[in-house]
Design a protein around this ligand. Structure first.
Ligand code: 5RP
Length: 246
């Protein structure tokens, strides 16, 4: 049966002062990759929040970039700070996208969408020459699946879509707001958060199964998109990792 619940408080991420510093470190390092003339993609989330803050400062000191963002939240923050935006419907290509992640494995496969912006994030990353992921150390995993896998679904006939997902052996909950109403993405869709009782053995296969269901718009699996990750550590260290496919 469909399990409609609000995520328990204990499952929500608790801000940790040191981890916030780690996110900020990674975000500030990412800004050093920006160059005049670039069209940049801006992701969504608490790590990207720090990136936007740093971006605003660099723009105020003369950096000339234009931006596209993956969410109304990020757009509002960047616009308020004076960042110049390009119309997404008038461009074919982005130079560099900076985004966070919920999890990233050694092959740089990711789970994203904790902030509900996975569809636009994937579109931006997919049309970018480069994607740099910024993260605190807790996002590094050997195997994906500790976090929920967000799946964006159409509200139309959402119960049948969820039934279809469940029949494939996946279990999850419809994401809800504090007041119990369904969480609505910027694209006016729902998010179904899938829980894996064990870690994810076959992410690529799971993605194909899910995306083949009519009503599923996109999954939070991101493959072959990021080639660089900047990791901030609780102790103040910062590390850059590059992925070279074999
Ligand atoms: C939003 C995302 C975020 O990048 C992801 O949830 C990580 O967020 P945070 O930086 O707050 O941990 O995918 O849809």
């Amino acid at each position: 049966m469909l399990n409609l619940v609000i995520l328990e408080d204990k499952e929500k991420k608790q801000p940790n002062r040191f981890m916030e510093k780690a996110k900020k470190l990674a975000a500030e390092k990412a800004v050093t990759y920006l160059q005049d003339g670039m069209l940049i993609g801006i992701g969504t989330g608490s790590t990207v929040f720090y990136f936007i803050e740093a971006l605003i400062k660099r723009c105020q000191h003369g950096l000339k970039i234009k931006a596209i963002s993956s969410s109304s939240r990020s757009t509002e923050q960047a616009l308020t700070g004076g960042v110049i935006f390009e119309d997404i419907n008038l461009i074919k290509h982005i130079d560099l996208t900076i985004d966070g992640t919920d999890e990233i494995d050694p092959q740089f496969r990711m789970i994203k969408g904790g902030g509900g912006a996975l569809l636009r994030e994937k579109i931006l990353a997919s049309c970018s020459s480069q994607m740099i992921v910024i993260a605190d150390e807790t996002k590094l995993v050997n195997q994906l699946g500790k976090q929920k896998l967000p799946v964006e679904i159409l509200p139309f006939a959402s119960l049948t879509t969820i039934e279809h997902i469940n029949k494939l052996g996946f279990e999850g909950v419809l994401r809800k707001n504090q007041d119990g109403t369904p969480y609505i993405t910027d694209n006016k869709n729902y998010i179904y958060d899938i829980f894996y009782p064990n870690l994810i053995k076959t992410p690529e296969e799971d993605h194909i199964k899910l995306i083949s269901i009519p009503g599923v718009i996109e999954t939070g699996f991101f493959f072959n998109l990021a080639k660089k990750i900047i990791v901030g550590y609780e102790n103040g260290d910062i590390e850059e990792k590059n992925y070279y496919a074999i």
